[in-house]
Design a protein around this ligand. Structure first.
Ligand code: HPA
Length: 268
């Protein structure tokens, strides 16, 4: 099976390094893996991985000890809008599980739907709405990983939401909290879609994270989600949206983002 092949290949490169924390670095947030890199493997070389096609995404797995913990970072992720099947999008999460990862920190760039959010704010994800029209667990269930009908009541581990809030306070980083709603993209939402998102309870919208979080929760991993609010979602402010502005805002936020993630790694 391709999953076993992939894990075998990675393990053959790692020696006795066993990652316990997985981190998916979102658009413009890949710096942490440049700062800490003990060993890296290009996605192109890993069985079952696809090449990443988005600018601002590098496309490699980076292994590093950060604050005393063994981590594996995805510097660049697979998006559904790139044309990958949803199974390919979540494949790395399954690989992480098999490598021994217990906690997944999943991050992204997102648009702010909550009118109180400003560009470059960080938001702790407390819950999500899957509006992608697809679920990564569709298909034959791998009972060795998780159950057929997994409970999604506590995807974003409550205890870690609290911990992250406390860390934010200690570090003097103002953190927002809220519900992330996933659209497929690649087009940004229309103002009407953003109004719908708000009405049904979303605070931020984006094009990723939910498939990976569902898969991680299914596989019994703890999940921490952090969104970098890069812009006001369509119609929330009068300014139009561009990928360049998203990357710019992520750049503004990246120092506090890295500080926060490093401290979370230390405390979990
Ligand atoms: N919508 C969806 N995805 C995004 C946005 C947005 O406004 N900003 C950054 N990623």
């Amino acid at each position: 099976m391709i999953l076993e092949k992939s894990v075998e290949y990675i393990n053959s490169k790692l020696g006795d390094f066993k990652p316990e924390i997985g981190i998916i670095l979102g658009s413009g947030l890949g710096d942490l893996a440049d700062e800490y890199c003990d060993y890296a493997i290009s996605y192109a070389n890993i069985p079952g991985f696809e090449a990443s096609t988005v600018s601002g995404h590098k496309g490699r797995l980076v292994f590093a000890k950060i604050n005393g913990k063994n981590t594996v970072m995805m510097q660049g992720r697979f998006h559904f809008y790139e044309g990958h099947s949803i199974q390919k999008v979540v494949f790395p999460v399954k690989v992480m599980k098999k490598l021994g990862v217990k906690t997944l920190i999943v991050t992204n760039a997102a648009g702010g739907v909550n009118g109180n959010f400003k560009p470059a704010d960080l938001m702790i994800i407390t819950d999500h709405i899957n509006h992608m029209g697809v679920n990564p667990l569709i298909g034959i269930n791998d009972n060795s990983m998780g159950e057929r009908f997994p409970d999604m009541s506590n995807v974003y581990t409550q205890e870690y939401v609290k911990l992250t809030e406390n860390i934010g306070e200690e570090l003097g980083i103002n953190l927002q909290k809220g519900v992330y709603m996933a659209f497929t993209g690649p087009s940004y939402e229309t103002p009407a879609e953003v109004r719908m998102a708000r009405v049904i309870g979303a605070d931020a919208v984006g094009m990723s994270t939910v498939p990976e979080a569902i898969t991680a929760a299914w596989a019994g991993m703890k999940v921490i989600g952090i969104s970098c609010i890069c812009n006001s979602a369509a119609g929330v402010s009068t300014v139009g949206l561009s990928h360049e502005d998203v990357i710019l805002a992520a750049n503004t936020a990246k120092e506090k983002f890295k500080k926060l993630i490093k401290e979370i790694i230390k405390e979990i």
